[in-house]
Design a protein around this ligand. Structure first.
Ligand code: ZN
Ligand code: ZN
Length: 891
């Protein structure tokens, strides 16, 4: 009778068994459990292949660490607020909450079917008032700490989604050329972008908005990256670029205006200051606004560029002039849209000779181009037709002539008009959203008191019932909006903006630690013990949003005194993409594959076996069927053993090889799990399964060794194919659950297991080569002769010596080696030639053991007797044998 393994038949049984035993629950009194976390899913309705890959990685690692004896925290929750739920509800004529709850039920069932083991007692859902009350509480804490700002801001507005977008939610349209920022000179980077959700062109609008002052942490967040050694370099680089730290100088240009004495311009190129021929203000600069009040041309210009993202190199000259602080010359002052309000100081000194944008602006407005730096290599420039933007030597720069750019930047900075300054590209985090399905911002607007935070006792401010409107549903909820001022008791109105959902996900990993904690978002004592997250797995697309926000929150909470830690995550893994037809799977492209289409456990196994977690790979039906066959092979090994295999109770010589290979496989697999190389785990297990099959076919298996081999097989595969492993475990009549069993351990020292394997493999290869070369079809006997001991001594002396030492002399100084005369001298010469390239070896006794254990493999493959022996004195073969490379004689 042949039995097949069928995941669908057994999954419910084992899920219930795991739940009954509480396998995945992390005890609250655990002492710093291993915290394994996958980015929680957005509640879109179903799991896609990216989720499966993400969660297969965390689940495999969590299960492995649990079996290895750790307490493990592996929680799951739902990123449940957000605009897509509103859109989906609108399309289906329901409300966002009902839609979201339906999605959660479906996705939870999907996760269960996949066999992912979570501590559901810690389940966290961001749209529950029990959760979002803490968003509000944290908002008020941040407010008290001065980390919340409210103000009119020119914001990115998606006319289709009818909401504000953060900079990071504005994508570059595919056809646009590089939207490169030049933060140092204060130039734009979001103009011309499209909405990340719907692809609609983004407009600029002025609105009163709430911000988190993440820029207060720019310096810390930037420098903190240096210490995040467990993070991929790519993510760290992305964050560095996003924060955009630039060193330079702030230069004061005196102006004659009633309300302004000077204009401050930030530059990274103070060495070019003698080339400044004009000053340019952003349209939102205080002085530009002031000038607009009395200057019609300026007013018109500011108005005309307010709602365009394509102002190009336009600008308007003002009546004002600025005094160049180094030369005393009067420079014209422009208002120009290419200068951004909120980068640098919102004003730039225009140096057409040495800056691309300034040169383009000067072209447009017929401004002089004055060189201040020349290349030192004499290569010359195309000035005035094209700017020279490199460093060089100063020219036409008064007393600074002849200085190199870097030295000049320092010297020029000693001038009274300049001071060293650092700017960041990072801007404050705009958290206001004019949508319903999010956390209400806990603020009351009072005519007398201004905006007043809702007191802690009145939290949460719960969402009103949903009504369908084209605008902001909270704005339409009149009854909900009307309230009284917490300060003076007068009639007041609630803030109707909700929070960006990235606020929800900025601290959810803390809620898991104490999910039912009543007096704060999390229990600080537990957090200080259990953080950081040991392993965090998720998509690279979160590099500058979520992964920056969790760092900001952690640092802010630390400063408020709610946490000890400053960084939330120790090790970060960005899983690669699952491709189909060379492209990322997506519903809209029609190339997606539902996780259950080929069977849940097969899919899970396949996504782990295909590649290293961080690499992309292609979905192919062939590889999926390989994953399916792998399960059947393992299952069959066990069923054949339990159904019908006759076993031996007396051990034979060749059993030792299996016993040793069990140890070696445990060692190899454990190493690969530690390094998250699940594809190699599966490769090792496949090899081991083949060996078990071959062993059982060679002779009746020795019950003790073979039974152990199958138990180990079930244990090693349990983290990646958990249902299958439980079935195997049960068939083998083992107690309890494999998920709760102890991680397999080698019976003997395995330090040198790789060398042992290599000796066997190379010797097999050598025998194959010899039989092929001399064309021996049916050898009578294979003789393997392990080298004499003195050669191992000589080898070790050579290996430990310095490359500069007289190696031959050192070897020949050994009395025992010296006895072997010419043979010893020849061997010492060969070792000296190889010098530093000597690999570690196992000693002669271990080599003899290893080959004797493996003799049956030779016998099985070549169909003849095999003799393995140690070299005898005056033995012809002995002369050819070298450490870990036995002499081979085939007759
Ligand atoms: Zn949109
Ligand atoms: Zn009031």
């Amino acid at each position: 009778m042949s039995r097949r393994y069928d995941h669908a038949r057994v999954q419910e049984y084992w899920q219930q068994a795991w739940e009954r035993e509480g396998v995945f629950e992390c005890p609250t009194d655990a002492d710093d459990p291993t915290y394994v976390l996958g980015m929680f899913p957005y509640t879109s309705g179903s799991l896609h292949m990216g989720h499966i890959r993400n969660y297969a990685i965390t689940d495999a690692y969590a299960r492995y660490r649990r079996m290895a004896g750790d307490d493990v925290l592996h929680p799951m929750g739902w990123d449940a607020f957000g605009l897509p739920a509103e859109n989906a509800a609108y399309e289906r004529n329901t409300d966002p909450e009902s839609w979201t709850r339906t999605c959660i039920d479906q996705m939870k069932a999907d996760l269960r079917e996949m066999g992912f083991g979570y501590d559901w007692s810690r389940e966290t859902t961001t749209c529950d008032p029990e959760y979002y009350q803490w968003n509000q509480w944290l908002f008020t804490q941040f407010y008290d700490e001065g980390l919340v700002d409210y103000g009119a801001a020119t914001v990115n507005w998606c006319p289709d989604c009818e909401t504000v977008l953060a900079d990071a939610q504005v994508d570059t349209p595919p056809e646009a050329d590089d939207g490169e920022t030049t933060a140092g000179t204060g130039h734009s980077h979001t103009h011309g972008g499209v909405c990340w959700r719907c692809g609609t062109g983004v407009e600029q609008r002025d609105l009163d908005q709430w911000f988190f002052a993440i820029t207060d942490y720019a310096e810390e967040l930037y420098h903190g990256l240096d210490d995040l050694e467990g993070w991929p370099d790519g993510v760290r680089d992305s964050q560095r670029n996003w924060i955009g730290r630039q060193e330079g100088a702030r230069v004061s240009f005196p102006v004659a205006h009633d309300d302004h004495d000077t204009v401050e311009a930030f530059t990274t190129r103070l060495d070019t200051v003698y080339g400044a021929t004009y000053l340019a203000l952003s349209p939102g600069h205080d002085l530009a606004r002031a000038l607009a009040e009395s200057d019609e041309a300026v007013a018109e210009y500011v108005e005309s560029v307010a709602n365009t993202d394509d102002a190009g190199m336009s600008g308007v000259e003002t009546d004002l002039t600025a005094t160049h602080p180094y030369t005393g010359e009067e420079l014209p002052v422009y208002v120009a849209a290419y200068v951004l309000d909120d980068v640098g100081t919102g004003a730039v000194m225009g140096v057409p000779a040495h800056n691309e944008q300034d040169h383009a602006f000067a072209d447009e407005h017929d401004l002089p181009v004055e060189q201040a730096v020349e290349p030192v290599d004499g290569s010359g420039t195309d000035l005035p037709h094209a700017p020279y933007t490199g460093d060089g030597m100063l020219t036409d720069s008064g007393e600074y002539d002849g200085l190199a750019s870097s030295a000049a930047r320092e010297r020029l900075c000693q001038h009274d008009a300049a001071e060293a300054a650092v700017t960041y590209r990072l801007r404050d985090w705009l958290i206001s959203r004019q949508r319903y399905w999010g956390t209400p911002i806990p603020i009351v607007h009072c005519d007398d008191c201004g905006h007043v935070p809702v007191p802690e006792d009145d939290l949460p401010v719960e969402l009103p019932d949903y009504v369908q409107t084209t605008g902001n549903p909270l704005d339409a909820a009149e009854e909900w909006k009307q309230t009284t001022c917490p300060d003076c008791g007068a009639d007041a109105v609630r803030e109707t903006d909700t929070m960006d959902t990235f606020v929800d996900s900025s601290w959810y990993f803390l809620r898991y630690l104490s999910p039912h904690f009543k007096s704060a978002p999390f229990d600080q004592h537990t957090a200080d013990e259990w953080l950081p997250v040991d392993v965090y797995v998720g998509g690279e697309e979160h590099a500058v949003l979520h992964l920056l926000y969790i760092r900001f929150f952690t640092r802010a909470l630390s400063d408020i005194g709610l946490l000890d830690r400053e960084e939330p995550v120790d090790r970060l893994i960005n899983q690669g993409t699952v491709l189909h037809g060379g492209e990322k799977m997506s519903k809209s492209k029609g190339n997606d594959i539902a996780p259950h289409e080929y069977g849940a456990e097969t899919t899970r196994l396949f996504v782990l076996s295909a590649a290293h977690p961080s690499q992309d790979f292609e979905w192919t039906v062939k590889d999926v069927s390989t994953a399916y066959d792998f399960q059947q092979t393992l299952y069959r090994l066990v069923t054949e053993y339990t159904d019908r295999t006759e076993t031996r109770t007396e051990s034979a010589d060749h059993d030792a090889y299996l016993e040793r290979e069990i140890d070696r496989t445990i060692a190899a697999v454990t190493e690969e799990y530690d390094r998250f190389r699940f594809h190699r785990v599966i490769g090792e297990i496949q090899r081991f399964a083949r060996l078990l099959g071959r062993y059982a076919g060679y002779d009746r298996p020795y019950q003790f060794a073979y039974g152990r081999g199958l138990r180990v097989l079930a244990g090693l595969v349990a983290p990646i194919a958990p249902f299958l492993a439980e079935e195997m475990w049960q068939l083998l009549d083992e107690d309890g659950l494999v998920a709760e069993s102890r991680w397999p351990e080698p019976l003997r020292d395995v330090d040198d297991y790789r060398i042992e394997r290599q000796v066997v493999r190379r010797t097999l290869d050598d025998v194959r080569e010899i039989t092929a070369v001399v064309d021996i079809d049916e050898p009578n006997e294979i003789e393997l002769v392990v080298a004499a001991d003195w050669k191992y001594r000589a080898y070790e002396i050579a290996r430990e010596s310095d490359p500069d030492d007289a190696i031959v002399g050192e070897i020949m100084a050994d009395d025992e080696i010296k006895q072997h005369g010419d043979a010893a001298a020849d061997f010492a010469d060969r070792l000296a030639d190889r010098g530093a390239g000597l690999e570690p070896i196992i000693d002669g006794e271990r080599e003899l053991d290893t080959l004797q254990q493996a003799a049956w493999l030779f016998e099985d493959e070549f169909g003849c007797d095999v003799v393995v022996r140690r070299a005898a004195p005056d033995d012809d073969l002995a002369a050819k044998a070298r450490p870990n490379k036995p002499a081979i004689h085939i007759s």
